[in-house]
Ligand binder design. Structure first.
Ligand code: GDP
Ligand code: IMO
Ligand code: MG
Length: 423
């Protein structure tokens, strides 16, 4: 069977966790292919709310196997806490949560380097989640990293100490004030590694090839969003991995011709957390309403998310880069009550009108050009089928489908698993 992908098309937090959970009933295997604990994927069902950071969002389905792929970066300390938080669920982690030996490890000093780098940047900081993502991927591409498979070597503590010492030297280079207790951090890391080693480490690319050969259904779960991709996002205000479809190939060892459906997920408006340009950002009552009704606070850091209108220029770009075959529109319920909605359909870029996503979208270069669309007033949160949806929402959907040329197959009308309308 082909491998299907689910990817965020904006700046993350589109609702990937919710939809992966909904779709898992159709899949044998769910696998994360990039990112790490910078992600926060929220799942709500049966009155419970869970935020997953590194564990794939298929973990609540008894029959699904969850794979953490080679492209992911794992912090054993955070991973352990995630597992502890799931203790009430009677999950057979050893058999349903498999970890790639080739995944890289986030060391405590990676987190410190992240903090030091941000501090040194001052007002130009990325707004990183401070989980050590950037420094860990730097060590990976710099060929200095430590991998999960290293934990099976007798001298893994030596590998750890050598890398840690290198980081301490780098921290001196940053010359910023940072308080830390290395012994305590080391102790916590070692204790967490002992727990991590109780799980199953695999050669995940081989495991997935066998699964494909045996006709298992596989869904790859993206983290972050396309506009945070290290190549195609709003660089340098991005994360350090390829969040787009190509990242699933390198992050799992899947060939491009093995990719099937590409689910592109987006909010009916736009949010962004952290620094960086955001052409349709709102600083008025409308933005405040989206933030309030949508509870727009980061699932990992608790930071307020910036809010704005839907940006179709960016959305079309993300669809292209990923080869999206189906769209999923989230949080339509949050837009109930707006008299008029605005959708950005072009940019004024250095005095010209353009419809593509240019090199630079800083406010001094780009001004959004909007199309106005009538809003809907109805509360959508109790609706369960397409025929209940108000005409104005169907027109909004139609507008996006025409603009992107891609069908919206899921409309989400609330955070719960059940508040999902398939079309
Ligand atoms: P992810 O990182 O893409 O998995 O998304 P997050 O979990 O970070 O953020 C999405 C937020 O929106 C979470 O709080 C979800 O519970 C919530 N959510 C998801 N879908 C909907 C929806 O259709 N309506 C509303 N109101 N909330 C939603
Ligand atoms: P999910 O998977 C939203 C943002 C950070 C920061 C930038 C770099 O929940 O959608 P990093 O810690 O990766 O070095 O931060 O990327 N960011 C996210 N924003 N959702 C996420 O993940 C994010 N992961 C990172 O806020 O601007
Ligand atoms: Mg999130």
């Amino acid at each position: 069977m082909a491998v299907d992908l689910l990817l965020g098309l904006q700046w993350g937090d589109e609702g990937k966790g919710k939809i992966v959970d909904v779709l898992t009933q159709n899949y044998n295997l769910i696998s994360r292919f990039q990112g790490g604990p910078n992600a926060g994927h929220t799942l709500i069902f049966d009155g419970y709310k869970h935020v997953l950071h590194t564990i794939p969002s298929g973990i609540f389905h008894k029959d699904a196997v969850n794979v953490v792929g080679n492209g992911v970066v794992i912090d054993p300390v955070i991973f352990n806490k995630e597992i502890e938080n799931l203790s009430q669920f009677d999950i057979d982690f050893k058999n349903v949560l498999l970890i790639s030996r080739k995944a890289h490890l986030i060391l405590p000093t990676h987190r410190l380097l992240d903090a030091a780098s941000e501090k040194a940047k001052g007002k130009d900081k990325i707004g990183s989640t401070l989980k050590g993502i950037g420094p860990t991927y730097m060590d990976k591409t710099g060929r200095n990293g430590m991998r999960v498979g290293d934990l099976e070597l007798e001298n893994w503590k030596e590998i750890f100490e050598t890398l840690t010492q290198k980081h301490i030297n780098m921290l001196d280079f940053y010359n910023v004030e940072l308080e830390y207790d290395l012994d305590a951090l080391r102790e916590e890391f070692f204790a967490s590694v002992a727990e991590l080693r109780k799980l199953t480490f695999i050669d995940s690319e081989e495991y997935l090839h066998q699964a494909i050969k045996n006709n298992k259904t596989i869904l790859a779960e993206g983290a972050q969003g396309s506009l945070l991709d290290v190549d195609f996002g709003t660089y340098p205000f991005v994360t350090s991995s390829n969040t787009t479809a190509a990242g699933a190939c390198t992050g799992l060892g899947i060939a491009p011709n093995q990719i099937g459906e590409v689910y592109g997920i987006f909010k009916a408006y736009t949010t962004r957390v952290g620094s960086g340009p955001f052409p349709t950002e709102l600083f008025d009552e409308d933005g405040a309403t989206m933030a309030k009704v949508g509870h727009e606070f980061g699932a990992t850091t608790g930071r307020a998310r910036r809010c704005g209108w839907l940006d179709m220029v960016a959305l079309k770009y993300a669809c292209q880069v990923n080869g999206v075959t189906q769209l999923n529109m989230m949080k339509a319920d949050v837009l109930s009550g707006f008299k008029t909605l605005k959708v950005c359909t072009a940019y004024e870029y250095k005095g010209e009108v353009i419809e593509h996503f240019p090199y630079n979208i800083e406010p001094e270069n780009v001004k959004p050009i909007y199309t106005e669309i009538p809003g809907w007033q109805e509360d959508l949160t109790g609706m369960t089928s397409e025929d209940q949806l108000p005409q104005a929402l169907l027109d909004y959907i139609d507008f996006i489908e025409k603009g992107t040329g891609i069908k919206i197959t899921i409309v989400s009308v609330g955070p719960d698993r059940k508040q999902t309308i398939e079309r």
